[in-house]
Design a protein around this ligand. Structure first.
Ligand code: MG
Length: 394
């Protein structure tokens, strides 16, 4: 089963009053669209994320998505419906079974909502996340109230709207009439039955400046509920060989030897990544970045650590602290320690007082003592929203 996310971000809307289209505005250090894309890239059920962007937005898009593993964006059309149709056409030959179509400006979509939509697609061809209408509704002309609208049976439609791929592709190909507001409308016009799953109040479209502030508040607020502490440990070893640059904690270190490995072999960042994955019970670095996958050959290992931190954030958690010990005879770590702490703090997007880096030798004993390799061990502490402790009776 291959599931794609189609992110529709072709709007030119600068309704926020800024010069930049709203999906490229900064939301606490990251463009709105990058946050949206990351939510899907980091989700287990999503295999591919395809963006549809505005014709003149290539530079903005490449800036916003630097370092992310994405196919080239598709250029959108004049209307949302045309943009989606072009995105679907681009996915046509890629063996996609299901597609989730999502507004680029809904940056606060959460992992559980994506999961709900995916799971509903097991039994239904079209799925709409919806939230109930709680305010009473009135029909007005100008400022004059004309009548009451019965809100029973009314919901607010959100995205990601999920579909069996061939179903929505042919619905879009058939849709020749006037423009439809969203993809569920396109599906319904083609006679496809649509079911709803619960949406989320935080999953709103960022269209006016107040929305941007509201999004900032949500991202920075304490989740409100109690948090719990998780701890994970990581350990890694790489062999020292001549003729390779030595990378430690994301920094090039002057030394006669470097570490051998598939990626840049940064043993310290690998141990830290495994510690964070361990704290959230997400397997190990090899599960997420198999050494058999050529995409990770020679890459800078900060990608792995950023990914692990992203998984923590998706759970509305944060990394509280990390403690790393580098085990080697040489090079001397102390002269680099402050720069390493700063670099790791930058990758974790936290402050240096939450990053501890230590080093030890093994008194010339064993492989580290003979300078055949460098080992690193790490502990990470992670805060996650508290979950009830349940007994898994199986
Ligand atoms: Mg490793």
């Amino acid at each position: 089963m291959r599931t794609a996310a189609l992110i529709v971000a072709a709007g030119r809307g600068t309704r926020l009053g800024a010069d930049t289209p709203k999906q490229y505005l900064d939301l606490l250090g990251k463009p709105v669209l990058r946050r949206t894309i990351e939510a899907f890239l980091l989700h287990d059920e999503i295999d591919l994320v395809q963006s549809v962007i505005g014709a003149e937005h290539d530079d903005l898009y490449f800036d916003a998505t630097q370092g992310l593993d994405l196919p080239a964006p598709v250029t959108g059309g004049d209307t949302r419906q045309q943009s989606v149709a072009r995105g679907l056409a681009a996915l046509k030959d890629q063996g996609i079974d299901r597609v989730l179509i999502h507004d680029g400006a809904r940056a606060l979509v959460d992992a559980t909502l994506i999961t709900r939509v995916c799971h509903a697609l097991d039994d239904h061809p079209a799925v709409l996340p919806a939230v109930p209408v709680v305010d009473s509704l009135r029909r007005v002309t100008g400022d004059r109230v004309e009548g009451l609208v019965d809100r029973s049976g009314l919901v607010r439609a959100q995205t990601p709207q999920g579909f069996h791929f061939m179903t929505i592709l042919s619905a879009h190909e058939q849709a020749t009439g006037p423009d439809l507001s969203d993809d569920v409308a396109v599906a319904a016009a083609a006679g496809v039955p649509v079911v709803t799953v619960p949406g989320s109040d935080d999953n709103f479209k960022i269209t006016v400046m107040d929305d941007l502030r509201r999004a900032e508040d949500i991202l920075t607020r304490n989740t409100g509920g109690p948090m719990e502490t998780r701890t994970g440990s990581g350990f890694d070893v790489h062999r020292l060989v001549p003729g390779r640059p030595l990378m430690l904690c994301g920094l090039p270190i002057e030394h006669s030897h470097g570490l051998a490995g598939h990626s840049d072999a940064d043993v310290a960042l690998h141990a830290l990544t495994d510690a964070i994955l361990g704290a959230i019970a997400e397997g190990d670095i090899g599960d997420h970045f198999p050494p058999t996958d050529d995409r990770w050959r020679g890459v800078s290992s900060d990608i792995f650590l950023r990914y692990a931190v992203g998984l923590v954030r998706l759970r509305s958690g944060h990394v509280t602290s990390v403690d790393l010990t580098i085990i080697c005879e040489a090079p001397k770590i102390r002269p680099h320690r402050d720069a390493m702490r700063q670099r790791v703090a930058d990758i974790l997007e936290t402050s240096t007082n939450r990053v501890s880096i230590k080093a030890t030798t093994t008194e010339q004993l064993g492989f580290t003592g003979r300078a055949e390799g460098i080992a690193a061990q790490a502990i990470a502490t992670v805060a996650l929203p508290a979950e009830p402790v349940t007994l898994d009776v199986r």
